[in-house]
Structures are given as C-alpha cells and as structure tokens.
Design a protein. Structure first.
Lengths: 117, 114
C-alpha cells in the first residue's frame, strides 16, 4: 500500500460526458501529480500541484483541469470525453514536509481505469 | 525540456539470467533517476533510485548505474525470477525554477521464462 488513495477504481461513461477523478496523497505529502497511461503512450505527465498551487503542466488537454484543495486532496476533471481518453489515470504524491524536494520519490496510487463507450 | 529514451522496449530472458535495461536523457541538469516496476493492471512501484552524485547503487538483485558524462543510466537485474516479469520504467528528474519535473521513458516489458 503506497498510502495514495484514488477513487473510483473504475469508471465507465459515454462520449461527451464529464467525470471527476479523486486523489488523496500520502499523509504529509504536499505535491500531487497526475499521469495518463494509455497502451501505446506509456506514462504521460499531465499536471502537478504543490500545496494548493499549480506547479507544472505536461501534456494536458484543455478539456482537462485539476485542482488541489486545502486538505491537499486533488481532483482531475475530464470533460467532453472522447474515445481516446480511455486510459488508466494515476495520481502520485511526494514531498513530505521538512524534506528536500529533490530527495523525494513519487509514490503512485492504484489508478482509475476510465473507459469511454 | 527533458527527453528520456528507454531500450529495449521488450526483453525476454531465461530464469536465472541477467537483464539490463538502458535509458538516456537529454538534460544535463537532471539529478535524480528513479526506476519503477509496473505489473499488469497495477500501479508503478519504485524499486530503486540513484542521485547524480552517485555512480552505482545496489539493492540485492537490483543495481542501477549512472554515467553523467554520457547521460545514460541502466537497470541491472541478476538471477532473474518469473516474478520479475513486468514493465519497467526509467525516469529523470529535472529542476525547472523552484519545481521538479519527472520525465518517464516509454517502458520495457520484461518477460522471465521459467
């Protein structure tokens, strides 16, 4: 158990719909990262939040957005869903308070499998 | 930005043999290199990492080597076992301002045949 909790585990929806994926980081971790994993694309970094603020953006579509709340949990919102959005979405967390950022690995949650029909 | 190339994309070995996976990176400022193991349908799990001030690190049957000059690092698994079968991802962390970004390779599917 990594300590990172993602809900739901599975999500099935239709094209054009909107979904919200939720992530609770490990206790004490301030950074949350979102990744998309498709069969042919490996792990694609989407976005990072640190202590409530957006810190870095990767290959995130404009139809996707995220936020990190005061209790440090994060939500990834996916809208106007397309068939190609079907993937595993992982959340990872790092940076325990008081530790140097550069020494902290990312720990992954179990992911949310999103299927678009 | 950082670019991480990983080879091979698939690797098949006999149980007991060694397996080597290689990665190259482009940004000389990258200073931290983790390796993750992902079993089918499960989350990536950190198995070993190395910092740029170290040339080699070992943990039982797993070792990682880093050549900063050539900008490449490798994962070595000795005495492979069927349970080592998984996809392995390398990554490189680069500092961008006050932030650190992790870039992953595309993964290597390792199959260990009994």
């Amino acid at each position: 158990d990594s300590g990172v909790t993602q809900t739901p585990k599975h999500l099935i929806t239709a094209t054009g719909q909107r979904v919200t994926l939720r992530c609770s980081p490990r206790s004490g971790d301030l950074s949350v990262y979102w990744y998309q994993q498709s069969l042919d694309q490996g792990l694609q970094f989407l976005i990072q939040y640190y202590n409530g603020e957006e810190r870095a953006k990767g290959n995130i579509l404009e139809r996707f957005s995220a936020q990190q709340f005061p209790d440090l949990h994060s939500e990834l919102n996916l809208s106007s869903l397309e068939l190609g959005d079907s993937a595993l979405y992982f959340c990872a967390s790092s940076v325990a308070l008081g530790y140097r950022v550069s020494n902290q690995p990312q720990h992954f949650g179990d992911g949310t499998r999103l299927s678009i029909l | 930005g950082e670019n991480v190339e990983q080879h091979p994309s698939t690797l098949s070995v006999q149980e007991g043999d060694s397996a080597v996976i290689k990665c190259t990176y482009s940004d000389s400022a990258s200073n931290y290199f983790p390796w993750y193991k992902q079993e089918l349908g499960k989350r990536p799990q950190l198995i070993i990492d190395i910092r740029s001030n170290v040339g080699e690190k070992k943990d039982q049957r797993i070792a990682v080597t880093l050549n900063k000059t050539a900008k490449h690092f490798s994962l070595h698994i000795t005495e492979t076992q069927p349970e080592d079968s998984a996809v392995y991802f390398c990554a490189a962390r680069t500092r961008e301002g006050s932030n650190y970004k992790l870039t992953f390779g595309k993964g290597t599917l390792l199959t260990v045949n009994p």
